[in-house]
Design a protein around this ligand. Structure first.
Ligand SMILES: C[S@@+](CC[C@H](N)C(=O)[O-])C[C@H]1O[C@@H](n2cnc3c(N)ncnc32)[C@H](O)[C@@H]1O
Length: 305
């Protein structure tokens, strides 16, 4: 049996993060206020001041993340005076200067964005998911997010060229290579760095809540049961709720009492779960009851990591 905890803190994360110990978090997943957006509800930082505002927070996040942990930042720059602002790009450079590695950029493609027309661009249907790490060697459980191979494979794998059957090394000398024939008979493939998720979420209690499927994908990819997930801009607590459901400890911070109270009402500070190994559980159960009731797969306790 282990206890999974959810801790909430009311305050400005610049100060509140100081309550957390060094190297104590496995995954930081967050969507901070976008520059100048929703200034009626929770501030709104001027695009020109965004880097200056976020950099000290990024330094605290660097301190609390474990060396093998990951930070995923959901952000999108706005357009101003007819062009895209560059504060996100400048932020990436500033974060690299204080020690973050910018490992990857993933795209959240919002499948169901609403229609519209602008004179000089098309409608926005994607947001950035910037991945930062403290070290090149971080935990990543890629098998957890594999996707069905898809119908393209049937056609592609039936007509293999000679090059497809051997390791085809990259022409640019990167050291990477591919052997397409290795995928024959496989049902699943690794995903791309474009996440196709709907924006719709059942959580209507926050004007900028993201869908549960977003933190869920990253929690699966970068953590194991019993690990700790932090959202320093928790809003309605989507990250914490998903983390708790997935048996991860969580910490959330929000500056507004209304969100802090809302999250506290929605989540349990401690949930207890059985983490016994399946065989031990079955043996114990037999001892307790004399017979082992046949359980459905979904009823079995998950094995501890
Ligand atoms: C984009 S929303 C997050 C929404 C969240 N992902 C969800 O699913 O509900 C950003 C949140 O950051 C909070 N916030 C703004 N400035 C903050 C600060 N300095 N420290 C902590 N929270 C802050 C806002 O109150 C808001 O709830």
């Amino acid at each position: 049996m282990i206890a999974v905890t959810a801790k909430t803190i009311l305050g400005d994360c610049r100060e509140a993060l100081q309550e957390l110990s060094d190297n104590s978090v496995d995954l930081i997943f967050t969507s901070p206020p976008y520059a100048d957006q929703r200034s009626q509800t929770y501030g709104g930082i001027k695009p020109d001041q965004y880097v200056e505002w976020f950099t000290p927070i990024a330094a605290e996040l660097l301190r609390v993340l474990k060396p093998d942990g990951t930070f995923v930042l959901n952000i999108k720059e706005k357009a101003q005076n007819g062009e895209r602002h560059t504060y996100v790009l400048e932020l990436i450079l500033a974060m690299r200067k204080i020690g973050w590695l910018w490992t990857e950029e993933m795209i959240w493609h919002k499948k169901n964005c609403y229609p519209g027309k602008w004179p000089n661009r098309f409608r926005d249907s994607w947001e950035r998911l910037l991945q930062f790490n403290k070290s090149r060697h971080f935990n990543m459980y890629q098998e957890e997010v594999m996707v069905p191979m898809g119908s393209w494979a049937e056609k592609r794998l039936q007509n293999l060229s000679e090059t497809d059957k051997i390791r085809d090394n990259s022409k640019v000398g990167s050291g990477f290579g591919k052997n397409i024939s290795n995928w024959i008979g496989k049902e699943k493939a690794y995903p791309t760095n474009v996440l196709q998720l709907a924006t719709e979420c059942s959580n209507k209690s926050h004007s900028a809540a993201f869908p549960e499927s977003l933190p869920e994908w990253f929690i699966k990819l970068f953590t194991k049961e019993g690990n700790t997930v932090l959202d320093p801009f928790m809003g309605s607590g989507t990250t914490l709720k998903v983390a708790q459901r997935m048996k991860r400890n969580s910490v959330g911070i929000d500056i507004l009492p209304q969100y802090y109270d809302m999250v506290n009402a929605a989540i349990q500070p401690t949930e207890c779960y059985l983490f016994e190994k399946r065989e031990e559980y079955a043996a114990d159960n037999k001892k307790r009851s004399g017979t082992v009731r046949k359980r459905k797969h979904s009823e079995l306790p998950q094995q501890a990591s």
